[in-house]
Write a protein that binds this ligand. Structure first.
Ligand code: NAP
Length: 497
């Protein structure tokens, strides 16, 4: 993988045969309307593929197929040990095609090839394999009632599940949704983001090759505003799992209430605090503060965009972080040496640049970056950008920018650090850096987020749940807890004579 040069990847990219049709009932098909949409390479603006643009009529057809498949029991009725074998085979096939899928993800999203080969593809493989391996170790329960009766508590699949995912981690979020929903026996429809449908379309046929029965997994690319909305309002879909913005998540909750109250689980935005005390290992904390924001160009829900630093070391630490940010100058994502690629598209670049203008107008001090780069490339590159003298009430500290922009805020006491951290509508992730375990643990306990690091950032594994507090969502991806989102508990009460 990483022994390949940029030239090797370019040659491989030129030879790719990219599938852009929807995956319905085990086959690739065009949208019923015949409509298509081009998907572009954010690195240079070139067209990568023409992709089916599915609409409500395709959704209705796919839901009917999914319902029939579910009711037939061909998957839901299969022994968990047999479902496991299919998922493990699927993971193996993705691994076999790892370079191709990593390349597709790199081209479609603009993610550095170093990341898609080392992170995105291995993480998807592990997620699918782990969920498969886990599912035949999940026991149902018998409740402690009297000896005259027996109450069985069983975990049953929801039925037909729709999954809607974003463009920033298309393969990872797809795997986080598909692995547990399929493992628990549901029939699943996936709507990838319009910008980034390619990896999901590719792995769908590998699922079939692994033995997943036709109609159990269907992938429908198409616009969120029409196709996504139709899925969320559909009366024959039992569960909706979503990763994306808080704004759209709120609409989906409404759609559930306006339709059949489908179980709706949301993984949403963030504005995560990264708290650095004066006694921390400042060198390590500075390295990771830069990783926390600039990884994936800041297009990460858990990005540590609010860097909250204890006053005595604020200026010293700022200098360290500015120095670290230079390692994140954006470059060609196909070059294995590139750490940060382009933003997803021109619209996102404009959003980021507008926020930089807002930060300056609000009185924050721009100390690094603040400009688009490599404009001749045709791609959407932006400098790693740092604002100092930020106050937490400012828009750049409250709103999710989704770009490589860090806001540095000072604090004078642990209580103040916690108050600043919690002064947000979001509660997805955060971190605290201190050599004093008492301070670190107390602060970590008081910050209201789903994942908190102590002397690390981006800690995570398939074995631990991932999700948010407050307006960062209500669901949990990964770990055995993810099975809860895709199952109903049913009690069967048996009385003896
Ligand atoms: P988005 O605009 O909310 O879109 C997410 C998905 O929803 C896309 O597939 C989109 O389709 C679809 N969609 C848009 N409008 C819809 C509607 N009215 N009804 C149904 N579906 C609709 O988010 P994004 O810009 O792709 O992704 C960035 C956001 O995702 C950020 O807020 C980030 O924090 C969040 N995120 C959260 C997590 C987490 O685990 N908490 C992980 C990753 C990302 P189109 O592509 O066609 O618009």
């Amino acid at each position: 993988m990483l022994d390949k040069t940029v030239q090797d990847w370019r040659v491989m990219a030129a030879g790719l045969d990219i599938e852009g049709r929807a995956f319905i009932n085990g086959r690739y098909e065009n949208a019923l309307s015949g409509q298509t949409r081009a998907t572009l390479n954010p690195a240079d603006g070139s067209q990568l593929a023409v992709v089916a643009s599915c609409g409500p009529e395709d959704a209705d057809r796919a839901v009917t197929i999914a319902r029939e498949t579910f009711e037939s029991g061909v998957w839901a009725g299969m022994a968990p040990a047999d479902r496991k074998m299919v998922l493990v085979r699927w993971a193996e096939l993705i691994e076999t095609h790892a370079d191709e899928i990593a390349l597709l993800e790199c081209l479609d999203v603009g993610k550095p090839i170093a990341d898609t080969t080392a992170v995105d593809v291995p993480s998807a493989v592990r997620t699918i394999r782990w969920s498969g391996e886990a599912i035949d170790k999940v026991y149902d329960e018998i409740s402690p009632t009297s000896k005259d009766c027996l109450a069985l508590i069983q975990r049953l699949p929801l039925g037909v599940v729709a999954a809607i995912v974003p463009w920033n981690f298309p393969l990872s979020t797809t795997a986080w949704k598909l692995a547990p929903s399929l493992a628990t026996g549901n029939s699943v429809l996936l709507k990838p983001a319009s910008n980034t449908p390619l990896s999901a379309l590719r792995i769908a046929s590998l699922a079939s090759e692994a033995g997943l029965p036709d109609g159990v997994l269907q992938v429908l690319p198409g616009p969120g505003g029409s196709l996504g909305r139709h899925l969320a309002l559909h009366d024959d879909i039992d569960g909706l799992t979503f990763t994306g913005s808080t704004e759209v998540g709120k609409r989906l909750m409404q759609f559930s209430g306006e339709s059949n109250l489908k179980r709706t689980f949301l993984e949403l935005g963030g504005k995560s605090p990264n708290i650095v005390f004066a006694d921390a290992d400042l060198e390590k904390a500075a390295t990771m503060a830069a990783v926390a924001v600039f990884y994936n160009g800041g297009q990460t829900c858990t990005a540590g965009t609010r860097l909250i630093v204890e006053e005595p070391v604020r200026e010293e630490f700022l200098e360290l972080v500015i120095a670290k940010s230079r390692a994140w100058m954006p470059g060609d994502p196909l070059d294995p040496a590139t750490a940060m690629g382009p933003l997803i598209d021109a619209a996102q670049l404009e959003v980021v640049d507008d926020y930089v203008g807002v930060g300056c107008a609000e009185g924050a001090r721009l100390v690094a970056g603040g400009r688009a780069l490599r404009e001749d490339s045709g791609g959407c590159y932006y400098e790693p950008t740092i604002f100092a003298a930020v106050e937490n009430r400012m828009r750049i500290a409250q709103e999710e920018i989704f770009g490589p922009v860090m806001s540095v805020i000072g604090f004078s006491s642990a209580e103040e650090a916690v108050a600043i951290a919690n002064d947000s509508i979001y509660g997805l992730a955060g971190a605290v850096w201190s050599r004093d375990i008492n301070t670190a643990h107390k602060v970590a306990a008081a910050v209201r987020v789903g994942t908190m690091g102590i002397n690390n950032y981006f800690g995570g594994d398939i074995t631990v749940p991932f999700g948010g507090f407050k307006q960062s969502g209500n669901g949990r991806d990964k770990s055995m807890h993810a099975f809860d989102d895709y199952t109903e508990l049913k009690t069967t009460w048996i009385e003896f004579d």
